[in-house]
Ligand binder design. Structure first.
Ligand SMILES: Cc1cc2nc3c(=O)[nH]c(=O)nc-3n(C[C@H](O)[C@H](O)[C@H](O)COP(=O)(O)OP(=O)(O)OC[C@H]3O[C@@H](n4cnc5c(N)ncnc54)[C@H](O)[C@@H]3O)c2cc1C
Length: 378
């Protein structure tokens, strides 16, 4: 065998898995089709460290979010990476939303988020001035993180423990062989017909994000029967004019959309204090994907955000970036959990699938890596 373990994908999750596995695996290789880490979903998100209140009790999303956020904060503290716990208000604007807010608080408590509190009406007036909120939930352990530094720290740790990174290297074929897998790769920067390059390994982690379903097909998994087909769901962001930067404070989310494809358009901050609104959620076709932001959505973003941000003017908004969620649920579908699975029952022992790693995948990354390590027995 050329390698003990091959990880496909150098997004934040693949990197966390590489760092964790390299502590005890003799030889780890990470394959990434782009020229560097985090060139897809892992650089196109809100950088929010979620507390873990949105997900059904006992789901992998709940479990890895709650565990992952504490691992994230501890790692960032140890490595001097910015990850302030700026907190988050979740706001109800009417009685029906208030009921949703109470349900959310209960769900959070069941998930082990033990620091939530409802704001009193005087706290509402002081903390959310001008907002016509009937109630708000305060989540002090929500934060933001310098996500690039966080992801890069996993790459450094993996490399320090001997892992190898092959960039511009795309997986194009896979088959089981005695004791492991033969993978076929090609140089994705070398034009139309680069010479394929084979390699052999004992175990594989498919951490391909938006490429997960294609990779699963390469090894012969029926993605519809398995429920692994990605339903890409795009989220656009609009930037708020920098003159408002002094208003930077806790995150503010609506409660109303919590059950939909996203969490509803909300205000988010990067660690440099930049302010954005987003992301919305619309199912799209692809790959290939169109990451351009539709500037004509400005009015809809303003309408969604202005009840929460009374000082906002429509002309404060300009198109920013977008990201695409690798959802396992089709439009109108219900909750789908993360998939973290050894495919032994399909005759593919040692082939680990990570599917549907949408939000809170950034927050959960280090805990997902622990789950994978347990499956790999490393
Ligand atoms: C709009 C949006 C907002 C979000 N906000 C948050 C948030 O605030 N907080 C939070 O916790 N999470 C958030 N998330 C979720 C988070 O961004 C993702 O869960 C996380 O980035 C997923 O990381 P990943 O490593 O699984 O996937 P990716 O970052 O997509 O990495 C997969 C990698 O695999 C590579 N790859 C694919 N196929 C192949 C192949 N055949 N050969 C070689 N390489 C291949 C790709 O090039 C890519 O680099 C958000 C997501 C979106 C879309």
């Amino acid at each position: 065998m050329d390698y003990e373990l091959v990880i496909i994908g150098a997004g934040v999750v693949g990197l966390a898995v590489a760092a964790r596995a390299a502590r005890s695996c003799r030889s780890v290789l990470v394959l990434e089709r782009h020229q560097d880490i985090c060139r897809e979903t892992s650089s196109r998100h809100s950088e929010v460290v979620h507390a873990g209140l949105y997900y059904p009790q006992s789901s992998l999303k709940a479990k890895t979010c709650v565990a992952g956020r504490e691992l994230l904060y501890a790692r960032c503290k140890r490595l001097n990476i910015e990850a302030p716990r700026i907190g988050k208000y979740i706001v109800a604007l009417n009685l029906a939303q208030e009921r949703q807010l109470h349900d959310l608080a209960e769900r959070g408590a069941n998930n082990g988020v033990d620091d939530l509190s409802m704001l009193s009406s005087s706290e509402l007036r002081i903390n959310l001035p001008g907002v016509a909120a009937t109630a708000a939930l305060w989540s002090p352990s929500t934060g933001v993180v310098d996500s690039h530094q966080y992801a890069a720290s996993f790459q450094s740790e993996a490399e320090a423990n001997g892992a190898t990174f092959a960039f511009r290297t795309e997986l194009i074929g896979a088959e089981p062989i005695e004791g492991g897998y033969q993978l076929l790769t090609r140089n994705s920067g070398a034009g139309d017909n680069p010479t394929p390059f084979p390699l052999r390994c004992h175990q594989v982690v498919n951490s391909g994000g938006l490429g997960q379903d294609r990779i699963s097909q390469l090894i012969g998994i029926n993605i519809d029967a398995a429920g692994y087909r990605n339903h890409p769901c795009k989220g656009d962001y609009f930037r708020i004019a920098p003159r408002h930067q002094h208003r930077s404070g806790p995150l503010i989310y609506p409660v109303g959309k919590a059950a939909g494809a996203g969490l509803g358009v909300h205000i988010c901050y990067d660690t440099a204090g930049g302010m954005r609104l987003g992301p919305d959620a619309s199912y799209i076709s692809g790959p290939p994907f169109d990451y351009r932001v539709d500037a004509s959505k400005r009015r809809a973003f303003f309408a969604a955000a202005s009840p929460l941000l009374p000082w906002l003017k429509e002309e404060d908004l300009s198109p920013d970036q977008s990201g695409i969620r690798p959802k396992l649920s089709a439009p109108g579908g219900g909750f789908c959990d993360f998939v973290i699975k050894d495919e032994a029952e399909r005759g593919l022992s040692g082939w680990i699938t990570l599917a549907g790693i949408e939000s809170p995948g950034l927050t959960s990354a280090a805990a997902i890596a622990e789950e994978v390590a347990a499956l790999l027995e490393v």
